[in-house]
Design a protein around this ligand. Structure first.
Ligand code: GLC
Length: 649
């Protein structure tokens, strides 16, 4: 591992010839030389399109002093991360191929069999006229009005239609790419020309970029993902404040925007500026807890897919991982190993009653811990961190598997719970009153199948079924293999409720009436069966596909993809669908929502090449499994009266 002196491995002058510091800098800002003095120059740093950057002058907005993770890190925002570029003409001629030649590594060797389904056709959507064509085909007619009676003709037509949808999706995904200093660094959240209120949908959201990034990785286009990882890493250390309060240092932004502004005093030049949002501007001022977790998951996927491990080995990247872990593993008042967060800290980013210990965050947390453990360089300085990480993994998996799991058997057990038990051996540890069991659940729970509940607090179980948390618990092996199969069984059995006309319900069921008023604060965007409140989100197709592939049940995902294909292109790739069966395009849904497009593409690519899903999957760790079973056998719920065991790794 490289020197522990560097807390940020910033772009060095040797790689960025035009490097200089900003005139706008505050007195906190160190010179380039000072930065270089603290970094390790032996490692490959950002060889990203250096040919492009020759015409760019980078503005440093980051100052770094001090040591690594355990030392004091002092990184301050000055004005912005900016890149002063010459006008577009001066960098023209730099093509995508140029980028690839420069720094795509080991592509052939690493993913030889990744399909190239979407091999780019340069035709636009209008030229294809897909929407119209599909409308005709949906009615069982071909575009020229004749009935496609023969199976083979029908099959050929279907295959052709699917190819058209994929081509359209690839074109739209490429259209959504955002450039920073002429380098692709992300994808815009939505590219809806019909929408009058853009809000922040013109930004690159960290969580929204994950399926885009995976799609590019599976296609062998690594540069955009690498850039995304490295630039967002720089944003991590931004000084972030809201009303004089600063959150922990490892926080990753929810989103960022690239602004191209005229360069002061120079009419012929522009400057690209990266503006992150850590929740200070977000609706409801929500902290994006999931961003850093997704960042770690994507980083591992990048390394596994491209074979380029140099990114995860960089000092600044290692430091970034540790900063995220440090923030998540920090001691607090909690008695539970689950992460305690406020409402709206993940995909559901507004008030939906998920504050506390929501499953989605726990599943991402568990996955990120496992991914980080794989990537962290073994060094003395990290020993404590790795120990804390291992302890947390065991405690977290035990807690979720034991207390979040619900099926017919467990439901019956809760139904007969004793309450007010004061003892170490209490069966009803969280003092759940059986009357809490909602009537819908009695109908909903199949005899075969089960799921992880949405949240657990003292005297409160949130029985709603949240799809992303359940799917990612399968992907990350947070759920046991039996539980994972049972979750998929439930999705199959409850297809009409969870998939219906558009996969997949974000949660089931919706909050209605007084519950909706109290829990959402009468949120008009989250009315029953809309948006986060029981709406159907096509982007979830990709997580469903990874989970199904992991459990060797890809046919479930295939069926869901086929359902999506019936409408999604004709409906212009909406962000979400409304109503119990997901029949209507969401009332306030953006069209051409990038993660709907990318989610579909990832599902298609993975179904065509299931082994590629390994870049996202965490297989059950045998040590963890052993630790889990020894905790299970010591669990008083199973063996009442047995002595409590402590577990130390
Ligand atoms: C909405 C979603 C959020 C997503 C953002 C951008 O706010 O709730 O999950 O990241 O839109 O698409």
């Amino acid at each position: 591992m490289a020197t522990s002196e560097a807390i940020l491995q910033v772009l060095s002058g040797s790689l960025l010839p035009g490097l200089h510091h900003s005139d706008k800098s505050t007195n906190n800002f160190n010179s380039v030389h000072a930065i270089k003095a603290n970094v390790n120059n032996t490692r490959e740093k950002f060889p990203v399109s250096m040919r492009v950057l020759k015409s760019c002058r980078r503005v440093y907005a980051l100052q770094c002093r001090g040591g690594v993770f355990r030392g004091k890190t002092d990184v301050s925002r000055v004005e912005s991360i900016g890149c002063k570029c010459q006008q577009a003409e001066s960098v023209s001629g730099v093509t995508a191929e140029d980028h690839n030649e420069t720094w795509v590594m080991g592509r052939e060797e690493s993913i030889p069999s990744v399909p190239v389904n979407g091999t780019s056709s340069e035709l636009s959507t209008e030229e294809f006229g897909i929407g119209e064509q599909l409308k005709h085909e949906k009615g069982g007619l071909t575009t020229n009005g004749k009935s496609a009676a023969a199976g083979t003709i029908k099959d050929t037509m279907l295959a052709g239609r699917v190819n058209l949808i994929e081509d359209e999706a690839w074109n739209l995904l490429r259209d959504s790419i955002v450039y920073y200093c002429n380098n692709p660094i992300g994808t815009i959240a939505a590219n809806d020309p019909s929408s009058s209120s853009i809000l922040n949908y013109d930004q690159v959201f960290i969580r929204d970029f994950i399926p885009s990034g995976i799609a590019f990785l599976l296609k062998g286009e690594y540069d955009i993902v690498r850039n995304f990882i490295l630039y967002t890493l720089q944003l991590q250390s931004w000084e972030k404040t809201m009303d004089c309060h600063s959150p922990g240092q490892g926080l990753m932004p929810a989103s960022f925007k690239v602004r191209t502004v005229p360069l002061d005093g120079d009419d012929s030049a522009t400057e690209d500026v990266l503006d992150p949002d850590f929740g200070e501007a977000a609706i409801g001022r929500v902290a994006p807890v999931d961003s850093g977790l997704w960042w770690i998951i994507l980083l591992r996927a990048y390394g596994k897919c491209s074979g380029d491990l140099s990114v995860q080995e960089r000092v600044d990247v290692q430091t970034g991982i540790k900063m995220i872990l440090k923030l998540c593993l920090a001691d607090g008042f909690d008695m539970f190993p689950t992460l305690l967060v406020t409402d709206g800290s993940c995909m559901i980013d507004r008030r939906m009653g998920i504050h506390g210990h929501p499953l989605e965050i726990q599943a991402l947390f568990y996955s990120a811990l496992l991914c980080a453990r794989e990537m962290l360089a073994p060094e003395d300085a990290s020993a404590d961190l790795i120990r804390a990480l291992n302890n947390r993994l065991v405690a977290l998996s035990f807690h979720i598997r034991e207390y979040y799991w619900i099926d017919m058997r467990k439901l019956n057990e809760i139904y007969r719970y004793q309450t007010e038990e004061y003892s170490f051996d209490a069966v009803n540890k969280f003092n759940i009153y059986p009357d809490q069991i909602p009537s819908w659940l009695v109908e909903f729970m199949p005899s075969k199948g089960g799921y992880l509940i949405g949240n657990l607090q003292p005297a409160h179980m949130d029985f709603r079924m949240f799809s992303l948390g359940n799917l990612w618990s399968i992907v990350s092996s947070l759920a046991t293999p039996d539980q994972s199969h049972a979750i998929l069984d439930l999705i199959e059995t409850k297809w009409a409720q969870l998939v219906a006309d558009m996969p997949l319900k974000i949660c089931y069921p919706a909050l209605e009436g007084q519950e909706w008023r109290l829990i959402t604060g009468s949120d008009p965007k989250n009315t029953p069966w809309s948006y986060h409140n029981g709406g159907s989100w096509p982007t979830l197709l990709w997580q469903l596909t990874v989970a199904c592939i992991k459990m060797d049940r890809p046919e479930i995902a295939l069926k869901a993809v086929e359902i999506a294909e019936r409408h999604i292109s004709g409906d212009k790739w909406p962000e979400y669908y409304d109503t119990k069966r997901g029949r209507f395009i969401g009332k306030q849904a953006r069209l051409y929502q990038t993660w709907s497009i990318a989610g579909y593409l990832v599902a298609k690519l993975l179904l065509a090449n299931p082994s590629a899903a390994n870049i996202l999957i965490n297989e059950e760790d045998s040590e963890l499994a052993n630790a889990f079973s020894s905790m299970i056998s010591g669990n008083p719920r199973r063996k009442r009266g047995q002595k409590r065991r402590s577990f130390i790794i």
